[in-house]
Ligand binder design. Structure first.
Ligand SMILES: [Fe+2]
Ligand SMILES: [Fe+2]
Length: 317
């Protein structure tokens, strides 16, 4: 099932909109006439629109949740000069979407995917270590894995929450890693490969085919464990891959959160692992704070409190 009508293109002259959207808000209220109704927020990659449910509220209420991709049947209404959808039927999508169709529902990042994929190719081709080159070639040949790595967000709520966010995050670390190594030293190729592979487990921890969300497997195992399993699987495809290099890469995946209380069973134990850990922390925090400030400013200067980072943020002119 693919999408035909986008929020951007909905006009008052359209009578009906029957299509797929992501639910951003969902609330049930009672009108002055004592009639139960629902206010819904719907979005796709091009914008958001409000929806109302006036009929069969009890029946429809339990069929979807916030964050779900839903199939909507509705009539377009003009309410106080703003378009609204009056929804007559709504239900959660019960089939997976193709990865390519996800672009229709979530906004893109600042950089387009083509330029990110091109840069990824350039960085990987410039690597000198033949084993790491072979390993990343095996990664590239795994079409399913590559598609996920290129299209998934880096997280569902905290940072790089957009199609292609995982690739953007990993590449940003690889670029900063090359700069860092040129100044403070270290093995450039190990830092690049570590940056690209550190969050590879997110391709199984998360799912995007019915909206950005955690998989059951992801909740049970987490992306560090899953990352180790994916890495082992890739390494098995490269005949003769050196044992020590296997342990080095695995250690980078295992230690990239830096501390036990942040989910890493081991602290980083060589300079390249320390570099990858700090680059991960730097890129995810800076990006996460920027994304928070974009949508959550309390006034012109200060953001709302960020619960995970435990701070409010200040906007410089
Ligand atoms: Fe991570
Ligand atoms: Fe990361």
């Amino acid at each position: 099932m693919s999408k035909k009508t986008f929020v951007r293109d909905i006009t008052g002259s359209q009578k009906e909109v029957n299509d797929l959207f992501v639910v951003t808000k969902k609330g049930t209220y009672t009108s002055r006439e004592n009639k139960k109704y629902m206010m819904i927020g719907l979005k796709d990659a091009t914008g958001s629109i409000d929806g109302r449910i006036w009929e069969a509220v009890d029946e429809l209420e339990g069929l979807f949740e916030r964050g779900d991709i839903v199939s909507v049947q509705s009539k377009v209404k003009d309410y106080q000069n703003k378009l609204q959808l009056h929804i007559t039927n709504i239900r959660k999508l019960d089939a997976d979407l193709a990865v390519d169709d996800i672009d229709h529902f979530y906004p893109a990042g600042d950089r387009d995917r083509e330029s990110l994929e091109k840069e990824y190719g350039e960085i990987v081709r410039a690597m000198g270590n033949p084993w790491l080159t072979k390993l990343l070639a095996a990664f590239h040949e795994d079409v399913q894995l590559r598609k996920r790595f290129f299209s998934y967000p880096a997280s569902t709520t905290v940072h790089h929450v957009y199609v292609g966010g995982l690739l953007d995050h990993s590449l940003c670390m690889a670029r900063m890693g090359m700069a860092a190594v040129s100044i403070i030293g270290g093995d450039r190729d190990i830092v690049i490969a570590g940056s690209i592979l550190h969050d590879i487990g997110k391709t199984q921890e998360l799912d995007i085919t019915r909206g950005f969300r955690f998989t059951d497997r992801g909740r049970l195992l987490g992306h560090i464990t899953l990352g180790v399993m994916i890495l082992e699987d890739l390494i098995r495809r490269v005949d003769g891959f050196p044992k020590e290099l296997t342990d080095i890469l695995t250690h980078i995946v295992v230690s990239h959160h830096g501390l036990e209380e942040w989910g890493s069973p081991k602290k980083p134990m060589f300079p390249e692992a320390i570099i990858v850990h700090h680059l991960d922390n730097l890129d995810s925090k800076v990006k996460g704070v920027r994304e928070h400030m974009k949508d959550n400013m309390a006034d012109e200067r200060w953001s709302d409190y960020h619960r995970l980072y435990e701070a409010k943020y200040y906007k410089i002119d």
